[in-house]
Ligand binder design. Structure first.
Ligand SMILES: CC(C)(COP(=O)(O)OP(=O)(O)OC[C@H]1O[C@@H](n2cnc3c(N)ncnc32)[C@H](O)[C@@H]1OP(=O)(O)O)[C@@H](O)C(=O)NCCC(=O)NCCS
Length: 367
């Protein structure tokens, strides 16, 4: 049975920075309160030209470069996002087209901030079953487009960004060792975005009522998160046959430093074992785990053989954890040239559109 190794990683965040001081000019709050209650100092906000797919494509090319894998070799693309560009087509398909990943099946997965864990597990299981060899797992968000910038309880928390992992089949043991996934729909109202779906299709009234904006019971989410982070970690460790002492790093969902501290207390592990970068990015939902991972790698923190736990929670409610043995760089044979590859994908895309247009003309004449 093949093992699912993490062989590539990349991240992309928009350039514009929104500081706590900037927010204090929009709502009644201040830098000290936000830092004390959340640990967040600043976050990145998408420019008009940034979309979940464009951020994801940048992160994905970086991940493919690290893995030395050409887009055409991908079998599967899972895009985890709570801020898709459209209800359909899936954002994953937009990414597939922009990457030129001609062989890959692509779909979106919506499990809010836990999405990246669920997506990694799905990709790893597909590899472990022998059904596929190469997968791209993406977490990407432009939450700023759904934040109520007049609600000081939520607008201080969220930021935009994307992260991507390449998962590949290898014969040597390692990679994803175990994963647990949980949901409890009875808590769906704690964190929701009710407008724009088929229950509340967008109308003037839904927009007036702010149904297209993030709604959250902050305290309720806080209580839920502090309960499940430690239990999910312990469960995934048990499934992998590992003990807490075997774990080198924990990469938690970056929502709030107090939630991470509570998880550390629950697990009786020192905070030094936790990767935390929410100070500079805020909560980027499903992108937060891969972004924190990429930064940790760039700082040289992960070494091959390290056992790492990825653990997340979020709307749904959803929560889960995944244990992996770090593989380290193991670049494949392909040198990736993102600019060239991107241009090639664009030409291919235009060609296919033209082909479909001409097909339409020919069929029209026949009819
Ligand atoms: C949102 C959150 C930071 C609020 O912190 P809190 O300690 O629970 O604060 P409360 O909501 O109880 O509010 C306490 C007081 O601060 C006020 N307050 C809320 N937001 C504020 C802000 N940005 N600045 C200043 N004061 C604020 C409240 O109005 C309240 O005032 P009151 O006591 O006069 O009524 C916190 O609940 C949280 O982080 N929850 C988890 C959210 C999360 O992670 N969501 C994503 C999950 S993936």
């Amino acid at each position: 049975m093949p093992y699912a190794h993490i062989t590539g990683w990349g991240m992309s965040v928009p350039e514009p920075v929104l500081t706590n001081d900037d927010i204090s000019k929009m709502v009644e709050t201040n830098d000290e309160w936000i830092r004390e209650r959340t640990g967040i100092r600043e976050r990145r906000i998408a420019r008009a030209s940034d979309f979940p797919s464009t951020l994801a494509v940048e992160a994905s090319f970086k991940a493919l470069e690290v893995a030395g894998l050409a887009p055409g070799e991908l079998d599967l693309i899972i895009c985890s996002t709570s801020t898709p560009e459209y209800l359909f087509p899936a954002t994953a398909c937009l990414i597939q087209d922009q990457l030129g990943a001609t062989k890959a099946g692509a779909f979106d997965l919506l499990a809010a901030c836990t999405g990246f864990i669920f997506a990694m597990n799905m990709a790893a299981q597909s590899i472990r079953s022998g059904a596929i060899k190469n997968a791209l797992v993406i977490g990407t968000e432009t939450l700023s487009r759904f934040v109520n910038w007049q609600d000081r309880g939520t607008c201080i928390l969220f930021g935009d960004g994307a992260g991507a992992f390449v998962l590949q089949a290898r014969d040597i043991p390692g990679g994803v060792l175990s994963a647990v996934m949980h949901s409890d729909g009875s808590g769906g109202d704690l964190l929701s975005l009710p407008g724009g779906g088929s229950r509340y299709p967008a109308t003037e009234a839904t927009v007036r009522e702010g149904k297209h904006l993030i709604q959250m019971d902050g305290k309720g989410v806080f209580r839920f998160a502090t309960k499940v982070m430690a239990s999910a970690t312990e469960e995934a460790l048990q499934l992998a046959g590992l003990k807490k002492e075997d774990i080198r790093w924990i990469v938690p969902h970056q929502a709030n430093s107090r939630i991470i501290e509570a998880a550390a207390r629950g697990l009786k592990l020192p905070m030094e074992r936790f990767i935390v970068n929410l100070e500079r990015f805020g909560n980027t939902s499903t992108a937060s785990i891969p972004i924190a991972t990429v930064e940790a790698i760039e700082k040289g923190r992960f070494a091959p053989g390290d056992k790492i736990v990825f653990v997340g929670f979020g709307g749904g409610l959803t929560w889960g954890a995944l244990v992996a043995e770090w593989t380290g760089p193991s670049a494949g044979p392909h040198k990736i040239h993102p600019r060239r590859q991107r241009l090639w994908a664009r030409i291919r895309s235009i060609f296919h559109r033209l082909e479909r247009f001409l097909e339409g003309v020919i069929w029209g004449r026949r009819a």
